[in-house]
Design a protein around this ligand. Structure first.
Ligand code: DAU
Length: 353
């Protein structure tokens, strides 16, 4: 399926997309990859600098909402992986229009082009566990569960998923949806929790922990995610959904403490700040359907975190320019007031809390 395939990866200059392209080119000697990326704030062409001269790799700057570019590329590919998305919950709470455009309309444009090109034999929609909404303690979302997205971001991804299902049911398009947990690893934009906390700690800046810090996420190493996507594209069934979770469930406060220990900085850098609106308490998925295909994560929480921390510690060239650019304004808007009125770690009882 992938060895001699012509593969379109959308959003390939972003975090997961770039890791996936490197995975494909490493694993499949005869594949060809075209990367359609809009180059938003979250993309970085340097993510793929190691493969720039590779004859199997082609970069096309463009938007998945652009019907002409999408149709043109779709004529020459066998497999599509759609990573292109606006992904940050906090930004979706500030402005959701761009999320609807890329995550809903963009997905529609891709699906519509794919259905008129019978050469496309697999369409993988890279979605998220957030579409299920928050899970009570002890409950794990199954692929058959109803969707209950609670943030504008999650709602936009649910809209994309719904269209994928509609295109499978209506036209028989060979679509597969994957719903992954929180990814960590090299090249993730510093707006997300783990890279924000790692780079803040390395800069001796406070770590802004929302609410009581007891929210739970499942921390999936990006390489494990890439292996899962590779597997479902080859072995999965069209029209099916596959959850991708590592069972590395940790509270945010424990993540913050583990990061500070790894970079040998004081726990007093943690600052409790005003909570995210509608903050989902816990995400958790049941990924037994994927595991039945033969997938197992290779990284537990600590090894995933260590790999991530090592990369950011060694890659200041990659993330320091982000802090010097437009991210500064976002940071001020998102955290300025929050940090000014934040509560120190010690005031909440510290590590024993
Ligand atoms: O679950 C998969 C999803 O994981 C992906 O679909 C999303 O694209 C991705 O952004 C991520 O969503 P989260 O909202 O879980 O990730 P984020 O890194 O923004 O936040 C993780 C947790 O940390 C969440 O409980 C909010 C909290 N947090 C986050 C930030 C940025 C803080 O306490 N402080 C922060 O500054």
């Amino acid at each position: 399926m992938l060895q001699n395939a012509r593969i379109m990866v959308t959003g390939g200059c972003g975090f997961i997309g770039s890791n996936f392209i490197l995975h494909l080119l490493d694993r499949y000697q005869s594949c060809r990859v075209v990367n359609l990326d809009k180059l938003t704030y979250a993309s970085n062409p340097a993510n793929l600098r190691d493969v720039e001269g590779d004859p199997r790799y082609q970069f096309q700057q463009g938007d998945i909402c652009d019907v002409d570019i999408v149709k043109q590329l779709m004529a020459n590919v066998d497999v599509v992986f759609n990573f292109a998305a606006e992904t940050h919950v906090d930004r979706s709470l500030m402005e959701a229009g761009s999320f609807i455009l890329t995550d809903v309309l963009g997905t529609h444009v891709l699906l519509d082009a794919a259905r008129s090109h019978p050469n496309v034999r697999r369409f993988v929609q890279v979605s998220t566990d957030e579409v299920y909404g928050e899970m009570p303690p002890g409950v794990y979302a199954k692929e058959t569960d109803p969707l209950h997205p609670r943030s504008p971001y999650a709602a936009s991804k649910a809209g994309g998923d719904a269209q994928c299902i509609a295109f499978f049911e209506s036209y028989g398009l060979p679509v597969i949806i994957t719903r992954a947990a929180n990814n960590i690893g090299p090249r993730q934009h510093v707006e997300k929790l783990v890279p924000l906390f790692v780079t803040s700690a390395l800069r001796d800046q406070p770590l802004p922990l929302y609410g009581d810090g007891r929210q739970v996420r499942d921390w999936l190493y990006v390489d494990d995610h890439c292996r899962a996507l590779d597997l479902v594209a080859r072995e999965g069934q069209s029209g099916e959904i596959y959850n991708i979770g590592a069972d590395n469930h940790e509270e945010n406060i424990r993540v913050a403490e583990a990061i500070l220990r790894l970079v040998e900085k004081p726990l007093s850098l943690i600052r409790y700040v005003e909570d995210r609106k509608g903050h989902d308490r816990r995400y958790a998925v049941d990924s037994s359907k994927l595991r039945a295909l033969g997938w197992l994560p290779q990284h537990d929480f600590l090894s995933a975190l260590e790999g991530t921390v090592r990369w950011y510690s060694e890659s200041r060239w990659w993330w320091e320019p982000i802090y010097a650019g437009p991210f500064r304004d976002y940071y001020e808007r998102q955290y300025g007031q929050r940090l000014a009125s934040g509560v120190p770690y010690e005031a909440k009882g510290g590590a024993s809390a």
